[in-house]
Structure formats: structure tokens, C-alpha cells
Write a protein that binds this ligand. Structure first.
Ligand SMILES: [Zn+2]
Length: 261
């Protein structure tokens, strides 16, 4: 039975190409403004409610100059989902804009890449260029949930629920995950931050934050392969175009959420 797959926009900010793309000057193009939107994803069907990533809190967003449009707990409530309803939370990677509400779901199994969790609880997570992209309090929460037996580690390519596969592609972070879901409207590749913007895939341009640049290119290849293999649509992690490529969940408020599958 396929999932209703929603991409939910909870925040936004104005950025520039030079902050978004790695070494943008190499392309010989003028700098220009680019909007960055922030999403999480909801997959549900009879008997299953799966949240993929948890956004940031409005406080963390404000401290980082991001505008929260609808905090993830409120967005979930609007979609008819309470914290107790969620059985699985996938953390695609441990950056601050994906981990802010990981403790919200009292009965959820938390799924993360083994190498992602090992990295963010390991030697190099505290170094400035890595630490900047994570919230220490969220990493502590992940550690605490892990100690309580609430965390499931995955790696490679695995099916964590019927019709939902995760692929550990790395690149952007050491264990960045991509999800391949059986959606009601067809297969869906939730790229999360393996692909922030469609231009990354279309122009083969890595994002500016990465743990492994070659790994990020390899992640592009993997996302392309998953899309070709499944015939599915790719949902980029931060691209405002997600809102126009897919059908609004609420036609009266097309900026809130879209049906990606
Ligand atoms: Zn992100």
C-alpha cells in the first residue's frame, strides 16, 4: 500500500548563489539572490506515520537569521498528525535544520545512518566548520535517545518499512540519507540535502557545505540512478521549486505543503 508523501515547508530565507554553491566563482557567472526554503517530509498510510526530518525550532531559526513560517509541530497538527501518531522518525542527517524536534515523538523509532551518528558523536564534530551546521543540544538529544534504545542505525541501502528504502549516500555529511518511497502518485526520491536545489543535479553543481566533495558528486549520481530505476520524481531538500513542481496540499495555501507522491 503506497504512502501519501508530503513535502512541508516550515521556514525560508534569502540567500545568494555564492553562499549556496561550492566555489561559485569557478562558473564565471555573476552572483545572484536565491531563496532557500526549509522542508520536512511526512509519509503516511493506514497504520504508519513516518516523519522524515524534524526542522529547527523557531528559536534556533531566529538565532540563525531564518524565518519560521510554521513550526514543524504546528505544521504536523495542521496535517492532522500528533506526536503520538508518529511511529518512525528518519533523520536524514544531523544538521540543525533537520534535528530540532527529534525528541517530540514519544513512541517513534529514530532512524539515522550509523556513520552519521558516529561522526556527530565522534572526534571531528566539534571542529568549527562542522559544529557550525549542528546544534549541540540536538546532538545531545540524539545521544540520549540512543542510550534509551530509541535509535536504529542503518547503512548502505535498506528497506525500513514496506515501500520505504533508505540509501546512505554521504557527501553533504558523512552519512547523508536519501529516501525512496512508494508514493500514492508514483515513486518518490526524497533527496533531502543530497540535492538542495534542482540545479545541483541539472548543472552538476555541488552545494557549498560538504563533508566529502567527491561523495557529493557520487550522491548526485545515486539520486539520478534511483530516479531512473524507479521512474520516480526527485524532491530536492531546499528548493522553492518543490512548491511548483508538485500539487499543493491546500490549494488556498500553496506555500505550505505539496503532495510529492
Ligand atoms: Zn538542510
Amino acid at each position: 500500500m503506497p504512502y501519501e508523501v508530503l513535502a512541508v515547508r516550515y521556514a525560508t530565507r534569502q540567500a545568494r548563489a555564492s553562499e549556496v554553491y561550492a566555489n561559485h566563482a569557478a562558473y564565471g557567472e555573476p552572483d545572484h539572490p536565491i531563496r532557500m526554503d526549509y522542508f520536512f517530509w511526512l509519509l503516511r498510510r493506514a497504520g504508519r506515520t513516518i516523519v522524515v526530518d524534524t526542522g529547527f525550532t523557531p528559536e534556533v531559526g531566529q538565532a540563525r537569521g531564518r524565518t519560521t513560517l510554521c513550526a514543524p509541530p504546528d505544521a504536523l497538527a495542521r496535517l492532522g498528525v500528533g506526536p503520538d501518531d508518529v511511529d518512525t522518525v528518519v533523520i536524514t542527517h544531523a544538521h540543525y535544520d533537520h534535528t530540532g524536534h527529534v525528541a517530540l515523538f514519544p513512541r517513534a523509532d529514530i532512524v539515522i545512518s550509523a556513520r552519521e551518528l558516529a561522526f556527530w558523536t565522534g572526534t571531528y564534530a566539534g571542529r568549527a566548520q562542522f559544529a557550525h551546521s549542528a546544534e549541540a543540544a540536538d546532538l545531545d538529544t540524539l545521544r540520549r535517545l540512543d542510550a534509551a534504545g530509541r535509535v536504529t542505525r542503518v547503512g548502505g541501502r535498506c528497506e525500513i518499512a514496506p515501500g520505504l528504502e533508505l540509501v546512505d549516500v554521504g557527501g553533504h555529511t558523512p552519512g547523508q540519507l536519501v529516501a525512496l518511497a512508494d508514493g500514492e502518485g508514483g515513486p518518490v526520491v526524497l533527496a533531502s540535502d543530497a540535492v538542495h536545489y534542482y540545479d545541483e543535479l541539472d548543472l552538476d553543481r555541488p552545494f557549498g557545505v560538504y563533508a566529502d566533495l567527491a561523495g557529493m558528486y557520487r550522491g548526485f549520481d545515486t539520486v539520478r540512478e534511483l530516479a531512473a530505476e524507479s521512474g520516480g520524481a526527485v524532491v530536492a531538500g531546499h528548493d522553492p521549486a518543490v512548491l511548483t513542481r508538485f500539487t499543493p496540499w491546500d490549494a488556498a495555501d500553496p506555500g505550505f505543503a505539496v503532495r510529492a507522491g
